[in-house]
Design a binder for this molecule. Structure first.
Ligand code: NAD
Length: 333
């Protein structure tokens, strides 16, 4: 529970809308905002293949409003957005592989619908404050590590291109139309309520499912370095980004506390779960083409401007995540 008195002052009594609010990040953010005394509305399509799950709002369902609606339906957007103080814009198609198999759906959700949302804000609620969930995927294969915000943007898949367009629309609407927006480029995020039924959100999901079901999982490659953000740290970054006036019109990397190879990460998971087995194998061909190799973020910009740093170690993050799914796994399969 976030007790920060600054965030309480900012969000208490405010009207907040979260697109993609039944998903992993959105629902954890909703919980924090309820704790801070905000009036929270979720908009989520709840398409079965995506990460939305009504179980994600268990315990807060009576304290929030939920609209099962698709952000591609541009005629419904003004109704949701009018009168709101904050928009956390998280609705997204998250699978890199799906974006290569069905690129137009990814375009519709991650790019076109983002433009519709911003148009609805410009026309019906230009004073709203927006935080957009972007991704480190837009950098592509790094030229140097750690990757800072000045790194060239060279997405390696359709999802990266459309997320890049989505974030650039937000910045354009901030700079040109004065619709105040902040972009957070998230790295792999883990924690309670993440998607574990498949690998559409992250490979970590099926690894967790496997160790809890006592079946072996596969590590592809294994030497790639990665960073991971724990969900509570990510939620804090979203809240700060919306609350701090100096964050408007800015782009920030999020990152993790430490970095490790995927093989080391798999060992940490097995440790957290008290057991589990994995095998290391070569990357499947279709994945290799869109893999970015080593990646970890430089998040010193957000640290120096918004005083946000990832606080949770990977060991603690995995311990908490495994504990959550030990009780909840059947609701997430
Ligand atoms: N989790 C991560 O590691 C990570 C990393 C980088 C970026 N992000 C970004 O953060 C955001 C949230 O991701 P998440 O991890 O919570 O994924 P998620 O799949 O759990 O949540 C996304 C939510 O958006 C909803 N959604 C999808 N299309 C929609 C539509 N057309 N209309 C309405 N709702 C729709 C889904 O139903 C789902 O509930 C996404 O935009 C994603 O690109 C996440």
């Amino acid at each position: 529970m976030i007790q920060d008195s600054f965030l309480l002052r900012v969000y208490e009594g405010k009207k907040v809308i979260i697109t993609g609010g039944l998903g992993f990040v959105g629902s954890n953010l909703a919980r924090a905002l309820v704790d801070l005394g905000a009036h929270v509305t979720l908009v989520d399509s709840l398409i079965p293949e995506y990460g939305g799950n009504l179980r994600n709002i268990a315990g807060i369902e009576r304290k929030i409003a939920v609209n099962i609606s698709d952000v591609r339906d541009k005629h419904s957007l003004p109704v949701f957005l009018r009168g709101k103080d904050y928009l956390f814009n998280l609705a997204g198609q998250t699978s890199h592989l799906d974006s290569m198999l069905d690129p137009e759906t990814d375009l519709d959700i991650n790019s076109h619908a983002q433009l519709s949302i911003l148009e609805a804000c410009r026309l019906h609620n230009p004073d709203i404050r927006i935080v957009f969930a972007s991704t480190r995927q837009i950098y592509g294969k790094p030229d140097y590590l750690p990757v800072d915000e000045k790194h060239p943007l060279r997405p390696v898949d359709v999802n990266g291109i459309n997320k890049l367009a989505g974030e650039q629309y937000h910045l354009l609407y901030d700079h040109v139309h004065g619709v105040r927006s902040t972009v957070l480029r998230m790295t792999n995020t883990i924690g309670p309520r993440m998607r574990v039924k498949d690998a559409r959100q992250t490979f970590v999901g099926i690894w967790i499912k496997s160790v809890l079901q006592n079946t072996p999982f596969e590590v592809w490659g294994g030497d790639q370095l990665r960073d991971f953000t724990y969900i509570d740290d990510a939620v804090e970054a979203f809240l700060l980004a919306g609350a701090r006036p100096e964050a408007r019109g800015r782009v920030y990397n999020l990152g993790g506390k430490g970095r490790l190879s995927l093989r080391e990460f798999a060992d940490e998971l097995v440790l957290a779960a008290g057991g589990g087995h994995y095998s290391v194998r070569q990357f499947p061909k279709d994945r290799k083409k869109i893999d970015i190799g080593d990646f970890y973020s430089d998040c010193s910009l957000i640290a120096s401007t918004l005083e946000w740093t990832p606080r949770t170690s990977i060991r603690t993050a995995l311990r908490r995540t495994v504990a959550f799914f030990r009780k909840e796994l059947s609701n997430y399969l």
